[in-house]
Design a protein around this ligand. Structure first.
Ligand code: ZN
Length: 336
């Protein structure tokens, strides 16, 4: 069987005609397999949804009880038959519950890795290399200029700044699912044990991570009821990046704006966003991780879904691995 007969791109996303399902569809479909809870991959309104328990829980938190017609939870490593096609979820190391989806039929194995990273992250299960014929990868940071530093070194910059500017409220922009919890956990691992304040938009997901056994230390809501700007002097406040553009941020004491994102490698982006303290912390692979993953898995073919596809495709070809860009649209890497 040609791989395209088992899985191919459509406007709604990757589609398996034999199994009659889509993977991470960007439009409502009859049956969806979802890699992880970021809003560009996990949308509401599908008929049936197959995903890990954690991804289903996260979708419920974000979209409400009626986020799909019916749901089915799958364990990592469990083989599920979908209309004669075998699917199996493996950890992707991206955010809590994130999975790669291995699709098998008649000896042909296609692995949709979703979003993934290789670096250590105590807030989710680590990426597992899965043998396959076709490896489908993203390329969010698919250019040789992208090298993500050690995240603890980045948190070190934050802790140094707190010492240098003990009066200023340190506001850290971090996406609500995954990045925010990882940043809080990293701050704890670097020895900071004061209460950390969070924007209301992060509350339910932080609660969920804690329910799942991820210790975030003492977390308090960053509410300014008394309108006392002195209340958060020298405090660490984590919120979604969007919150820092509005009045919410201006209520803090001499706010120092930090932003935790892989994009903070690009100086221009930090400048444009008014970020004083860029923290290069990514939940995606950097360029060396993309290459080492492909070398490790040794697939016979690579398909690149979105991001900077061309450079990665070219690199694969130079290694003698057939590769092609899928040019999937609708994936805006919410998580980075
Ligand atoms: Zn993601």
């Amino acid at each position: 069987m040609r791989p395209e007969a088992l899985l191919h791109p459509t406007p709604a996303g990757l589609f398996c005609p034999i199994g009659r399902f889509h993977v991470d569809p960007v439009r409502p479909v009859e049956r969806a397999l979802i890699t992880h809870g970021h809003s560009d991959h996990a949308r509401s309104g599908h008929g049936k949804v197959l995903a890990t328990r954690q991804t289903l829980d996260i979708m419920r938190i974000r979209y409400g009880d009626d986020f799909c017609g019916s749901e089915q939870a799958v364990e990592f490593g469990e083989r599920v038959d979908v209309n004669g096609v075998t699917v199996c979820f493996h950890p992707a190391g991206h955010v809590l519950g994130s999975a790669q989806i291995l699709i098998q039929k008649d000896g042909l194995r296609i692995n949709v890795s979703g979003d993934y990273k290789r670096g250590t992250d105590p807030t989710c299960a680590s990426f597992e290399p899965v043998a396959c014929d076709v490896f489908i990868t993203e390329a969010t940071f698919g250019l040789p200029v992208f090298h993500h530093p050690d995240p603890k070194g980045e948190i070190g910059k934050l802790l140094t700044s707190l010492k240098q500017f003990p009066e200023r409220s340190h506001l850290i922009g971090a996406y609500a699912l995954g990045k925010a919890q990882r940043v809080i956990r990293l701050i704890r691992d670097c020895g900071y044990h004061e209460p950390i304040f969070i924007h209301g938009a992060l509350a339910r997901l932080c609660d969920y991570y804690r329910e799942q056994g991820i210790d975030l230390g003492e977390i308090r809501p960053a509410t300014l009821e008394k309108k006392d700007p002195g209340a958060f002097k020298g405090a660490v406040v984590v919120g979604p990046p969007s919150a820092f553009q509005d009045r919410w941020a201006r209520r803090f004491n001499e706010p120092l704006i930090a932003f935790a994102s892989g994009w903070m490698m690009v100086r221009q982006r930090a400048k444009q966003g008014g970020v004083e303290l860029p923290l290069v912390i990514s939940d995606h692979c950097d360029w060396p991780e993309l290459l080492s993953t492909i070398r490790e898995i040794e697939p016979s073919e690579v398909w690149v879904t979105h991001g900077r596809e061309e450079a990665l495709v070219r690199w694969c070809e130079l290694q003698g691995i057939p590769a092609r860009p899928l040019h999937l649209v609708g994936y805006e890497d919410e998580g980075d």
